[in-house]
Design a protein around this ligand. Sequence first.
Ligand code: GAL
Ligand code: ZN
Length: 652
Amino acid sequence: MELGVCYYPEHWPEDTWAPDAARMKALGLTWVRIGEFAWSALEPSPGELHFDWLDRAVDTLGSAGLKVVLGTPTATPPKWLVDAYPEILPVDAWGRLRGFGSRRHYCFNAESYRRETERIVTLLAERYGHHQAVQAWQTDNEYGHHGTARCYCQNCQRAFRGWLEERYGTIEALNEAWFTVFWSMCYSSFDEVDLPNLTVTEPHPSHSLDFYRFSSDSVVAYNRLQVKILREHSPGRLITHNTAIFFELYDQYKLAEDLDVLAWDNYPLGMLEESPLPDEVKACYLRSGHPDLVGFNHDLYRGVKGKPFWVMEQQPGQVNWAPSNPLPAPGVVRLWSHQAFAHGAEVVSYFRWRAAPGGQELMHAGLNLHDGRPDRASAEVSGVAEEIPNRDGEYRQAGVALLHDYENLWATTLQPHAQGWNYWGLLVGYYAALRSLGLDLDIVSPQRDLSGYKLAFAPALHLVDESLAGHLTRYVERGGHLVLGPRSGAKTLSNRVHAPIPGPLRGLAGVRIDHVDSLRPGVTGAVTIAESSYLYQTWADLLTPEGAEVLGTYQTDAYAGTAAVTQNTYGRGRCTVVGPWGTEAFHLNLFKRLLEQAGLGWLELPEGVRLNRLRRQGILQNFNSEAVATAHLPLELEDGTIAAHDVVFLKL
Ligand code: GAL
Ligand code: ZN
């Protein structure tokens, strides 16, 4: 486990670099990420290369004993480049051209930008590929951030038609897959298919889903272009990319296949402020962030590659971009750092070394103030650096899996059918319930080998074909327990409906779904499970048992007595179907029963307290602003309480 920092030598006078590097080292940092927005400083006009300053910056950091992550600068094409190739500017869904003046102003399918990318990445890779200090590369920066992964320009239209032709072969196959006879949308050639924007009412959902896939593939292909060059000129160095919080505009599983390690950028307070959580919850975690929002992202990005990840940017103080930007409470930067390691981070790198003197982010904190004096987090970071060498490094697999996938997110979001529908919200609800029972979770793609998991929860496993159904059936036959949440098995991969739902999962689930209910925010329904009553919201699948046992029944008047929760024994395992989107109490009660059936233990953690035992040495974390009693927990703890925003290492 190591610590790092993001640094912008081009923002500061050169005589500060060596003292900065020495202070980084003294603080216990080992990695420094630089360069990811430096294109105009490296090449102020076409072909006029100023790499000398970067040479000196890399040498200075290297001589101080720091390892460099060098970013490719493609998130910020310079003005001269945009003027020379105006076709690289992206177009948004409203048909507006997005301009120069911030960042990410390029289209992933612009040929001229791909050529310029190849040129600048090759120059950097040739020059620094074997530099001893450069131990890793970061491609670009937060692909698709600020809504730039889906572009509606002419380049993209052309490329989309080619992508469709490759996928379907013939236009008849596309018409059939999409069901274009609806509203007279049949096409007679691929050249007729436009992008799914600016339609009078909602565009065809199969058309949109394929456009989302295409856009995701465009990001993956663009990244691959960079990775190929870096591998060729910089053998043996790690290649990573830093993705964003709950980022959903491309398929992380596909992008990460080309990387050595996946990184993400963790801003717990900004994330909370921007989340749809109720105001009382936001008030409660105002200065610490919500443990499960952060934990979910850690587990997701560990699960994407099935291995430890990096936090490339860790919030060290106030951010500048949320609607409100509270100061973190004392101790919380330490808490976040240990939380990251406990969820499987290998490196935690703070953003940024010193607050920016100007520009869009001048209100964003760093480890140091604008004038260079250490800011509040500095002392905490040096404490973390002293604590981590004593921690045990090994990880194990969690006992429980949560199945997640981008195509299900896209498809259910395209046709939400209920105002409160939120794919992330449903998954985080499952996640939070299980985390509050002290469990570690692996968030994985449904295609993953699940044989190591006693329980696999699949909320909204919406798009299912025979091959996925076969994979899940084999998991259950061999003794696994699959839990299907609302909207599972509803559609084909081309976003047409299965008749009846849940399509190829019907035999495994032992139920059929003929009706679904959609509830306005604020309206709830009730379910009885083992004589107790629980509420649900937003969505309910009405289950007709076809061999499955009924565990819960709806009380809601329009369909009182209908099955709400069922369980089917299949092979050596089980498949449970949860029809409604339950509230917290609903999930807790049901999940405890399922955990017991699976022979998995659980313990009830106090609100805001979380436990991680993925590493041999577990940790307990308190996200509350008050101390919490822990004496009742069956853990080997030295004290009977955990202080506000504190971390306790369990005995080895
Ligand atoms: C990230 C981004 C950084 C910086 C940071 C501010 O999204 O990668 O460049 O903008 O946010 O919190
Ligand atoms: Zn485009």
